[in-house]
Design a protein around this ligand. Structure first.
Ligand SMILES: Cc1ncc(COP(=O)(O)O)c(C=O)c1O
Length: 495
């Protein structure tokens, strides 16, 4: 740390002491160390973080007796923590860092933009980077989508799609159309609106009552339905027909939208056969229901096409994207829409009374443009398309382990479902999931050199979504780590 910075930190320490007589020892130690120019690192961070900060979706009590994992640096497809441990980023941060970490091009684009126009909202005024980015994004998007509405993330994209759909129907004289249908176990975000659309009861119960008028239909978990259907295609038709049933039951005049992820994340990478998407499209057209593809995860190459909607020919009416639009280097989201939904807002006094201060932030847009340059220069989407079958094959080797029930997914997005009995596909009990998912797997994978995600919002799965820059060498490394950890998990399960 430079001497100038040290001098600047002096008053900060005084401020903390002066303002809060009771400034905690963690605060003071951290700032004293910074002021003294000492190397601030794991020890001070642990104390300050445990004393004052609150992590997202995290059980905090274990940190009363153990350290947090503090990720200090990212390098390409690696993460390095504050104790110097280096792991493969098998989850691209949180499905975000599709070009890997710490790419200088993104930093340069951000710095350049900050010197030119550091901020301007898209409220009544526009700015060049958002205009350029819209045009660029549309050049990769499904051709039927022609408008872009910027947000700062996935939740805001979901929220915006629902609100635009509601106001659209009011403007065209169908004011009753306001209900939303989504799929069981699907995650669509955390605001009251997006959470209402989310299909995971355990995330919702403590925040109820939520926004009314949302309904769930089955997802496309074919692994758990195989015995009931002669083929996946027929299962797909059955699952899509549940949507029609729900629309008819609620009344087509009251249903505004249906939200789906091209590959459903929660539950473990549920793909769907072509019959499903075809039938869903037919049903949404028939009943004038807005088909929203939530591509918060699947957008920007993850599926092996620019968007899952292209890969599976979904032909959505709206498409929510976020995360990898900047490869995580800036918070940004883009909601794509068909012109039809914009047209009534382009007449008379009609206005969409909705927006976000930082939606389409110029620095984020500049970073997104630089990110797309990297995608093009390094042919990342082609890389996924070419290597996805190799990734699948590598992970399928794990089928020889007794705990592995299923390997599924697409592109660079796979889940391994864990079972208690391979023959009967018996699920892990709640107690076993607690022991394995929270008590062992995430920590053991990390210790063995892999940041991935063990999750049981649905059945127990381990999920992988590495940066799109990796290839067969990294697939092998991940498989080897998983082999060791899952073998140990089986022993724990049976101990
Ligand atoms: C499908 C989907 N929709 C919405 C969201 C919410 O996005 P955000 O956390 O950026 O608000 C997520 C987050 O992972 C997601 O996976």
């Amino acid at each position: 740390m430079s001497t100038t910075q040290n001098k600047k930190l002096g008053p900060l320490t005084k401020l903390i002491k002066g303002r809060k007589k009771s400034a905690s020892s963690a605060q003071l130690k951290l700032y004293e160390a910074m002021r003294a120019g000492e190397q601030v690192g794991d020890k001070q961070w642990q104390e300050a973080a445990k004393t004052h900060s609150w992590l997202h979706f995290t059980r905090h009590s274990p940190f009363n007796s153990k350290d947090m994992l503090i990720i200090e640096r990212g390098e390409g497809h690696f993460l390095i923590d504050s104790k110097g441990h280096k792991v493969i980023d098998g989850l691209s941060g949180l499905f975000t860092n599709n070009v890997g970490h710490a790419r200088p091009e993104l930093a340069e684009a951000a710095a350049k933009q900050m010197m030119e126009l550091d901020f301007m909202p898209l409220w009544s005024y526009h700015h060049p980077r958002a205009i350029e980015l819209s045009e660029r994004l549309l050049s990769y998007a499904p051709k039927e989508l022609t408008r872009v509405f910027f947000t700062t993330g996935g939740t805001e994209g979901v929220e915006s799609a629902w609100k635009i759909a509601k106001q659209y129907f009011k403007l065209i004289g169908k004011p009753q159309k306001h209900k939303v249908i989504s799929r069981m176990t699907a995650y669509h975000g955390t605001s009251h609106g997006a959470l209402s659309i989310t299909g995971i009861p355990q995330f919702k119960q403590m925040f109820e009552p939520l926004v009314p008028s949302t309904f769930r239909v089955p997802n496309t978990n074919y692994f758990r339905s195989r015995d009931e259907f002669p083929s996946e295609e027929e299962f797909g038709i059955w699952a899509a027909n549940r949507l029609e049933e729900a629309i008819l039951f609620e009344g087509p005049d009251t249903v505004a939208a249906f939200f789906i992820e091209p590959i459903q994340n929660a539950g473990g990478c549920f793909t769907a056969p072509p019959s499903y998407y075809k039938r869903v499209r037919e049903i949404c057209t028939k009943y004038d229901v807005v088909l929203v593809a939530d591509e918060t995860i699947t957008g920007y190459g993850r599926s092996g096409e620019w968007f899952g909607s292209i890969r599976y020919d979904i032909q959505p009416d709206m498409m929510v994207t976020a995360k990898a639009i900047t490869s995580g280097a800036q918070p940004l989201g883009a909601l794509f829409l068909r012109e039809k939904y914009f047209t009534p807002f382009n007449e008379g006094t009609a206005t969409l009374a909705h927006g976000y201060t930082f939606g389409g932030h110029p620095v984020a847009c500049a970073v997104a443009l630089a990110n797309l340059d990297i995608f093009d220069r390094e042919n990342l989407v082609d890389n996924v398309r070419k290597n996805s079958p190799v990734f699948r094959k590598t992970l399928e080797k794990l089928h020889d382990l007794p705990i592995v029930g299923d390997v599924r997914g697409d592109g660079y997005f796979f889940a391994i479902e864990l079972v208690k009995n391979k023959e009967t596909m018996e699920r892990l009990s709640a107690e076993e999931r607690e022991k394995l998912i929270r008590g062992f797997l995430n920590g053991a994978m990390y210790k063995a050199g892999l940041y991935a995600r063990a999750d049981d919002r649905g059945d127990a799965v381990v999920q992988l979504a590495p940066p799109l820059t990796v290839g067969p060498k990294e697939f092998d490394e991940m498989e080897q780590i998983l082999r060791g950890v899952l073998s140990e998990a089986w022993e724990i399960l049976n101990s």
